[in-house]
Design a protein around this ligand. Structure first.
Ligand code: YH5
Length: 281
């Protein structure tokens, strides 16, 4: 059975765990005063916990298209650290930190984070060493691009194989740097242009997601409301919930360990239902 030790809390994956997206970037709901912002994040976290979330994913550097580019590590830490501290103080849930920065990894691990989620798979300067110095698990996500550039057209011969090969090579580098295999979570990095995929590649990755799960590591899938859903349905973010649940169910059936979503209550119900069927005779 795949499992993870998240700073003393053991996550088992008899059924997929739900990770709730707690966006704290200014382009989401930054409303002036830091306190107001912190209160809003805590209220959102409380709502997710009531809905059955397993992991709270805190992100300070917006990777969303149209965001104001890279923020400095200091700014990112300034945004993320108070949130991690407040979550730690108020709740018992596992806190995941969505970051690529060595400084943010080190400081949030000290503050009680249970998991580091890096869309750049520890490729930023110092991130690998900072990660090795903690005991925490890390999500290694595949991305072809460091900063999304409009007009970039990615190409893969076999997207699932190319993504697997990349992630396996990152695991090797982790091992050489003192990060054991039992701390690793893999993520194919759904997300259209942002992570160097087209909608067609995202669909193919989902169709063949079981191949990634069969590598033996816990796999995280982050598809909630993303652009490949928009491309299929021709609908804006706000109208992608039903389809997000459909792909979450498919990911669950493929054997993923963690599903990263905006809509926790709905996803928890969907996964519970999948699990009930899986447990039937
Ligand atoms: C991920 O897949 N994604 S940030 C655009 C959207 C909706 C959502 C157009 N961090 C991932 O969530 N971490 C992000 O609608 C992530 N895996 C992991 N591990 C982008 C995002 C989003 C972007």
């Amino acid at each position: 059975m795949k499992k993870l030790d998240c700073a003393g809390t053991i996550l088992t994956f008899d059924q997929p765990k739900v990770m709730g997206i707690l966006n704290i970037t200014p382009d989401s709901f930054y409303s002036g005063s830091r306190y107001q912002n912190l209160d809003a994040v805590l209220a959102k976290a409380e709502e997710m916990i009531a809905a059955g979330v397993d992991i709270l994913d805190v992100g300070g550097e917006s990777t969303r298209p149209g965001a104001n580019g890279a923020v400095s590590c200091d700014q990112e830490l300034e945004r993320v650290l108070p949130v991690v501290e407040a979550l730690k103080k108020n709740f018992d849930n596992i806190i995941s930190v969505d970051t690529s920065s060595a400084l943010v990894i080190t400081e949030t691990a000290k503050a009680g984070a249970g998991l580091i989620n890096d869309v750049r798979a520890l490729q930023r300067e110092g991130a690998m060493a900072a990660m090795a110095a903690t005991d925490l698990p890390v999500v290694l996500m595949h991305s072809l691009v460091d900063q999304p550039e409009p007009g970039f057209v990615p190409h893969y011969d076999d997207v699932t194989r190319d993504v697997s090969d990349y992630l396996l090579s990152r695991i090797q580098t982790c091992e050489l740097n003192g990060i054991d295999q039992d701390r690793i979570v893999l993520d194919p990095g759904f997300g259209g242009g942002m992570f160097g995929k087209t909608p067609a590649y995202d669909l193919s990755l989902l169709k063949h997601l079981k191949r990634l799960c069969d590598l033996g590591y816990p796999v995280l899938a982050g598809m909630s409301r993303k652009s490949f859903i928009g491309a299929v349905l021709d609908k804006p973010d706000a109208e992608r919930l039903s389809a997000s649940l459909a792909v979450a169910v498919m990911a669950a059936q493929s054997g993923v360990a963690i599903i990263r979503v905006h809509d926790v209550a709905e996803t928890v119900d969907a996964i519970r239902m999948v699990n009930a069927v899986c447990m039937a005779d």
